[in-house]
Design a protein around this ligand. Structure first.
Ligand SMILES: [Fe+2]
Ligand SMILES: [Fe+2]
Length: 336
């Protein structure tokens, strides 16, 4: 994206000028945050996080042992979480295309785009190596899902640079939580260590984007607040187009690895607080409307969380009531 590129026919001039100005105005911020990132990020090696000593050959050309479900020490919900996480990371070529098209290939923005891509490349590499080594998931199904997912590409659908910045900020924080919680739920210690390492990367990516957004909010408070309102009120994880995503997401939520309460408490609220987005005094009517929209959405979310917690509580109570004193659960076979 360069200032010299001719405008697409029918593109409103004011929209393009705002987008180009914001990118240019934010370039020193991107340079500052890139320097901070490079000084903070620690080098690490995916191969050092994979427990190779437990690995053995698979069937196929080598003639090893086929994968069987009983070989996996991972719980079903952790399996779902790791499948979603690795397939999400697999779509890196599309994400690179998205941010390169938005931020450009020049200046600090271009350096960030390439550095970010190089760091993200470690995540699918390490996760797949780990899953193969511990025989955590069906490797044939995983590869077929990767082909389908990467083959269909990814389009975030964010209409402006402001939206793209708001989206990646929320997304990096959500992804940090998804990796960290999957690691904490993982019954296998190498998995916990690897997921924690990846979550540290995602945290630094979030810090970069959050800092850029803080400056962007000062430069264009109404524009950025509207972008955040649009993104927050309609947020979807980047892996939402993974085959079978809805079912996996539901099981991940039931296991408490990533659910609506976590999204509200550990992603949206800390981010809005850090950006002081709900306390600004420099908003015009459009920014005020957007901020009210965020407020209403948070209230709706809190209400939904309360209802879900009540439902969960009633289910737990019913389950406890169904267990007689000798400990034999009535209908246990139906619940399995
Ligand atoms: Fe990642
Ligand atoms: Fe990231």
């Amino acid at each position: 994206m360069t200032a010299g590129r001719p405008l697409a026919q029918g593109t409103p001039l004011i929209q393009v000028r705002t987008r180009i100005d914001l990118l240019t105005e934010l370039e020193p911020v991107a340079a500052r945050e890139l320097d901070r990132h490079l000084a903070t990020a620690q080098e690490w090696f995916p191969h050092q996080y994979v427990p190779w000593s437990g690995a053995r050959d698979f069937d196929g050309p080598i003639g090893g042992e086929p994968w069987r479900p009983c070989q996996s020490a991972l719980t079903p919900a952790v399996r779902d979480a790791l499948i979603v996480n690795v397939l999400t990371e697999d779509n890196l070529p599309s994400y690179h295309h998205e941010i390169a098209a938005r931020f450009g290939r020049d200046s600090a923005w271009g350096t960030w785009v390439n550095r970010w891509t190089a760091e993200e490349g470690r995540h699918s590499d390490a996760l797949r190596g780990y899953l193969h080594a511990v025989r955590g998931v069906d490797p044939v199904e995983l590869e077929r899902a990767r082909m389908a997912h990467v083959g269909s590409g990814y389009d975030s659908g964010q209409p402006t640079l402001a939206h793209a910045l708001a989206y990646v900020t929320v997304q990096e924080l959500a992804t940090r939580e998804a990796h960290r919680n999957a690691g904490q739920a993982c019954p296998e210690p190498h998995g916990t260590r690897l997921m924690s390492r990846i979550a540290t990367d995602e945290n630094l990516h979030m810090i970069f984007y959050r800092a850029v957004c803080a400056d962007a909010l000062d430069l264009a408070p109404d524009l950025m607040t509207r972008a955040f309102a649009d993104v927050v009120c309609d947020f979807r994880m980047p892996g939402h187009s993974i085959p079978g995503f809805a079912g996996r997401a539901a099981r991940i939520a039931t296991a408490g690895i990533y659910d609506v309460a976590l999204h509200h408490d550990r992603v949206l609220l800390p981010l809005l607080r850090a950006l002081r987005l709900m306390e600004r005094t420099d908003l015009g009517p459009a920014g005020e409307e957007a901020r009210h929209r965020i407020g209403r959405y948070l209230e709706e979310l809190a209400d939904r969380i309360r209802r879900l917690q009540e439902l969960r509580h009633r289910r737990e109570q019913a389950r406890r009531d169904a267990v007689p004193e000798n400990g034999t659960r009535i209908g246990a076979s139906r619940e399995a």
